[in-house]
Design a protein around this ligand. Structure first.
Ligand SMILES: Nc1nc2c(ncn2[C@@H]2O[C@H](COP(=O)(O)OP(=O)(O)O)[C@@H](O)[C@H]2O)c(=O)[nH]1
Ligand SMILES: [Mg+2]
Length: 254
């Protein structure tokens, strides 16, 4: 698959990202990739992210569509709905599907290189922990330990081989997403990243990491905390080692 041969669909979940979204769209469309389409999954953001994105895209002639949901329902379900919409749009044709955050933590400049790697792989993971990757220097010790320690623990309990198993920056061949069993995705929040990676690995897809520098968000607020990481560890452990059927309520963390 050549970068220029197939459409590129970029799915971006948003909640209160009105300040970031115009910058992100400029950066994405500034890459001048062939046939790029952005799908923003917005949960009725109080700061009007959806409307801001729509009018900005129209003023610039960017190919952007908005999937508007009624209320904040979590990053995981935003991706599930976004991916399903893209797969339906492709209606059997091949394409590349990118997932990335709106807060400028994931630099779109990596997208072409990540797509190139799909010549011989099925999924590319933008990785902070692969040689050459990293995070903002300004991260405090607590945040570094939380992020790196959490990632290592989750990697251990999930059995994932990728070093950055919580990365939210990935590119998939569309055929990969067609094989994902959406009914088996339980995590509404951040642990969704681990769950989808686990399905990619267990389906035998070739997963390759590409080093990225992860930028801390400048505008808006992050929701990451020690309790969210420990909740993710607990859920992933149960997912891997238990055959219990847990009520959907148990999994909800948005
Ligand atoms: N649609 C939707 N997007 C969300 C939700 N929670 C977070 N996001 C988006 O998911 C991305 C990652 O969230 P962020 O708060 O930056 O998480 P962090 O980087 O892990 O702290 C950003 O683009 C957020 O706007 C949600 O409930 N619904
Ligand atoms: Mg973020």
């Amino acid at each position: 698959m050549q970068v220029n041969d197939f459409p590129v669909h970029i799915v971006v979940p948003t909640y209160n990202e009105a300040q970031n979204i115009p910058i992100l769209l400029d950066e994405i469309f500034g890459l001048h990739l062939h046939n790029v389409n952005v799908l923003i999954v917005d949960d009725n953001s109080p700061d009007n992210t959806g409307a801001v994105a729509k009018s900005y895209a129209e003023s610039k002639g960017f190919s952007v569509s908005i999937l508007k949901r009624d209320r904040k329902s979590g990053l995981g379900t935003a991706y599930v709905e976004g991916f399903q919409k893209v797969i339906a749009q492709l209606s059997g044709r091949e394409g590349f599907v990118v997932q990335m955050d709106a807060d400028l933590s994931h630099d779109p400049k990596y997208i072409p290189e990540m797509i190139e790697l799909l010549h011989e792989n099925d999924v590319t993971v933008g990785s902070r922990y692969y040689q050459g990757g990293g995070s903002d220097e300004e991260w405090g010790l607590y945040r570094k330990v939380l992020s790196e320690g959490g990632n290592k623990l989750i990697r251990f309990v999930s059995g994932l081989k990728v070093k950055d198993c919580t990365s939210g920056f990935k590119v998939y061949k569309s055929e990969v997403l067609k094989k994902i069993c959406w009914d088996r995705i339980h995590c509404v929040g951040f642990a969704f990243q681990v769950e989808i990676a686990m399905q990619c690995q267990s389906n035998g897809f070739r997963i390759r990491e590409h080093p990225i520098m992860f930028n801390d968000r400048i505008a808006g607020e992050s929701k990451m905390s020690a309790s969210i990481i420990f909740e993710a560890i607990l859920k992933i452990t149960l997912l891997r080692f238990s055959s219990f059927r847990l009520s959907p309520r148990f999994w909800s963390n948005s």
